[in-house]
Design a protein. Structure first.
Length: 352
């Protein structure tokens, strides 16, 4: 593949999906732009908050769902397309997506495709069109499936991590947990945040402070419930509204409780001991695989959990200095932050 001058990113993002797919593709887009490549995002139906985020980062975006691939490929003069669309319900649009990918391939434009995890992944679907590079940057993907790709880039060494999470000073694991981070993504469609926050507030230790992420796509109901809990403990609960990055919070906390899929890779890279609440059975399987690295403790699936169970897991982790130290070291060994550059060089989108 010759040196490219223009790349289109086709990304899934929204209230039911969150920001994870957009966040990791923006890492690649930033790196490409720094090397002089023009970058375009195609995000049909994106809401104003998403467009604002792209605009703040100086990326152009197309939101129309009516444009044929030939049209946006031509308008962007695309030399390659990066897809990141595989989410919980992506298969509802599977037929349309397969046709689109076939059109892009027939136009002679190389495709880099970010896949999902497990049986719902693109590479496990019969009839999926061939792509050039398939990226599966996950821990624990061992099931053999049809690949549908000329080249597979698999494993956490390919996880794209922004510069905010690299080469930062970490305070290390302290004997006492003074601060806990709660993060459930940019949308939290299951309203996991209030449930987790209320559970942590019941843990003995009135001096533990809690940073709570309130994402840009949270519903008003979710926000109100979080703010109600924050008012009940004003000296302990600190809402963090729509942060562009969580690196600053991860740098100062001693523990995290997370219900967000891709954030666990950032937490691992930052050496933050983490308790994971799974949002679905598929999400749970991915978390359990990640937990085998010893950098994560999985407490269960949200719908099956009550407050005392979450509180007990947090309390045990607070008291386990050796366990937190082990988790911190395991996480930093697992994710080194160089994934974006590895992907772009191996996919020939950057010079080697």
């Amino acid at each position: 593949m010759a040196q490219v001058s223009s790349v289109v990113f086709r990304v899934a993002v929204g209230p039911k999906i969150g920001f994870g797919h957009l966040a990791r593709t923006m890492v690649l887009a930033e790196l490409l732009r720094n090397h002089g490549t023009a970058v375009h995002f195609h995000v049909p139906g994106a809401e104003d908050g998403i467009l604002t985020l792209l605009d703040e980062n100086r990326f152009t975006a197309c939101v129309s769902a009516d444009l044929s691939p030939q049209k946006w490929l031509s308008e962007a003069k695309a030399d390659a397309v990066v897809y990141d669309l595989v989410c919980t319900d992506w298969r509802a649009e599977q037929s349309r997506l397969f046709l689109e990918i076939t059109d892009v391939r027939d136009a002679g434009v190389p495709i880099v495709f970010f896949d999902g995890y497990g049986e719902q992944s693109y590479r496990c679907q019969i009839g999926a069109p061939l792509v050039d590079f398939l990226v599966a940057p996950y821990v624990g993907e061992t099931r053999l499936c049809p690949t549908h790709a000329r080249c597979i880039l698999a494993g956490p060494q390919y996880f794209p991590l922004s510069k905010n999470y690299q080469d930062v000073e970490r305070h290390g694991v302290r004997d006492i947990v003074a601060r806990i981070l709660v993060t459930c993504g940019g949308a939290d469609p299951y309203m996991a945040t209030p449930k987790i926050l209320e559970a942590i507030l019941s843990v003995p230790g009135d001096d533990i402070e809690i940073d709570v992420v309130v994402g840009a796509l949270f519903t008003s109901e979710n926000r109100k419930e979080i703010e109600r809990l924050a008012v009940s403990a004003p000296d302990r609960v600190h809402p963090v509204y729509a942060p562009r990055s969580l690196a600053a919070q991860m740098q100062i906390v001693d523990l995290c409780v997370s219900a967000n899929g891709l954030t666990k890779y950032e937490l691992a890279a930052m050496g933050v001991p983490t308790i994971a609440v799974s949002l679905s059975p598929a999400h749970h399987q991915a978390n359990l695989a990640f937990a085998e690295s010893d950098s994560l403790k999985v407490v269960g699936i949200l719908n099956d959990l009550d407050g005392p169970t979450i509180a007990d897991a947090v309390s045990r982790m607070v008291d386990d200095v050796e366990g937190r130290t082990r988790m911190s070291h395991a996480g930093m060994s697992l994710v080194d932050g160089q994934g974006a550059e590895r992907i772009l060089k191996e996919a020939k989108l950057l010079p080697c």
